[in-house]
Design a protein around this ligand. Sequence first.
Ligand SMILES: C[S@@+](CC[C@H](N)C(=O)[O-])C[C@H]1O[C@@H](n2cnc3c(N)ncnc32)[C@H](O)[C@@H]1O
Length: 207
Amino acid sequence: MAHRLYDMFMFETSQETWEAVLALLHPAPGERVLDVGTGTGRLAVALADLVGEEGKVFGVDVSPAMLRQAQRQIARTPFRDRIEVRQGDVRALPFADGSFDAAAVSLVLELLRPEGTAGALKELRRVVRPGGRIVLAALAEEMPYGRTLSFYLVLRSILRLAALGRPLALRRLATQAGLVARISMRRSLLRLPVDILLCEVPKAAAD
Ligand SMILES: C[S@@+](CC[C@H](N)C(=O)[O-])C[C@H]1O[C@@H](n2cnc3c(N)ncnc32)[C@H](O)[C@@H]1O
């Protein structure tokens, strides 16, 4: 039940973020695309539409309950044969090196501890082929903090809720992980700033 409510709520609030993710990732027909922290699978379905019959989308999430809801959603779409969901952690992805042309990570990285975020970006870089694309969307660390973000951070510290994500400097984190940061967009989710950043996995191997 909680996951159905979450799904309805996220569907209303996350549209702008998802549209920006899709615009920047720009999946092409035939591509293999990974959606990490797929949640209830809404973004995975939109990706499956864009990769066409020859393409494939893998949705990964750490939560079995989320994945069950995702499977129910996906089964109702005409794209069900192009989507596979798998339980997994973004910090240790269950895929071989260079398995994907592109990956999307929407509203997930801010939920991890700092060392987890760095590990996750390293993993994404590993599983996406050299020259491939990764789009990251996360709560943005804006300077100076606006009123809504300041209020949010006070609330988060009072409630001690790690489930409320911490704002991230996405471009800096991506660069530190060896990704090439390209284009970014700013969107708003519940009046909080969200950054959506297109990165490229460098062609030449580098550590
Ligand atoms: C806020 S939801 C975002 C869902 C979806 N990506 C979207 O844009 O609406 C965060 C999702 O990330 C998943 N998640 C949290 N930590 C994770 C981890 N370490 N590895 C994989 N998924 C994770 C949660 O279970 C949840 O489904």
